[in-house]
Design a binder for this molecule. Sequence first.
Ligand code: AMP
Ligand code: MG
Length: 414
Amino acid sequence: MIGYAEALEILLREAPAPQVQRTAPAVGQVLAEAVASPEALPPFDNSAMDGFALRVGPDGASAGAEFDVRGAQAAGDAAAVAGQGAWEIMTGARVPDGLDAVIPVEQVAVLARGADGRPRRIRLNADLPMGQHIRCAGEDVAAGALLLDRGVCLEAAQRMLLSAVGVAEVAAVRPPQLALINTGRELVDDPGQSLASGEIRNSNGPYLAQKIIDAGALLVRRATVGDDADAFRAALRQSLDAGARLLLSTGAVSMGRHDFVPDALRDLGATIHFHKVRIRPGKPLLFATLPDGQLFFGLPGNPVSSAVGMRFFVEPVLRRMLGLPDERPLRLPLAEPYRKRHPLRFHLKASVSVAANGRVLARILPGQESFRIAPMARSNAWIVLGEDIGDLDAGALVDVHGLSHWRGPQLTGN
Ligand code: AMP
Ligand code: MG
């Protein structure tokens, strides 16, 4: 039986390279190429305040100085050429050419107004240095500068930045296409159907379908089949026809009489790279490649085993396919001691919490059995303890992984 490190090496070796598509930017996409800014941001010098724009020169202007008001400029007004004197200006308005500082309306006295009520003459109540309250063209992003690097996942902030500089198209990684096949004659999909004797509800299906989407992939086909190799093969064929590059199955991968997945794969000419890994839960996990190169993950049926298979076997492959760097766990202190009795790599339902003193602690939740779903719904992280780790004292540092792989701005550094 191989260990996790060896299994991961095989998985990453077989992971397909990212595929690139040119597309309108959308949240969830990972950039396949860096984006240079087509425009300067801000696109023109503009006022950061409602007030008055002036030409003050390098020496600035002093409190007490008086100016006639020669014009007004609001957000959206086109370029204006300023002569002498002040211009009334609104936040976001283009600074009239020739003016170089803005004084907020709160810092002037209006000495005279026109018939229309507009200020005609003002006095400064504060000194005004050159450049004050002017947002310069390109101050945020220069035209042509690197805007977003490759490997960046677009979320709201990145979408905002792309919108700000008019990027209509990006080179994004094509989301990996996955299919999911849940096996088990005991499974019931319809929540409105009452359970017959011996039946259970399919909980892995909705869980994994959501995790696939959360991971940045596309679920192109989902099926539930009984313990029936023919039905399984048919579902596999339909998944491939739907364009799946990765296939996930749950159940029927252990040593029981109905565990037909390994044989069905061999019949199809698949190469089984490993079957069983020194982990808990999820030991019977199988990984194969199909004759046309698609990747097959046979996840065990127990709910937590299938979750571990998704998080620690499928997601690292998805990261590679998305062009994201490999993950690095957090190291956090354990809140309580833990007796680890088996030399396997453990994946434990965990909670990370912030104590009143601000210290972050990781806790191994009670109820680690692989059939127990309720503790998973209370967890907010996974604690991973390597094969060689034995008993741990409170305060020992342990590896902590998020519930899903992190696609936001990269956390890894030196
Ligand atoms: P198996 O790996 O097929 O031997 O299944 C192991 C255990 O997981 C059995 O108790 C199954 O009933 C249960 N199980 C299998 N598939 C699912 C599923 N999709 N949802 C919930 N439990 C499942
Ligand atoms: Mg089964």
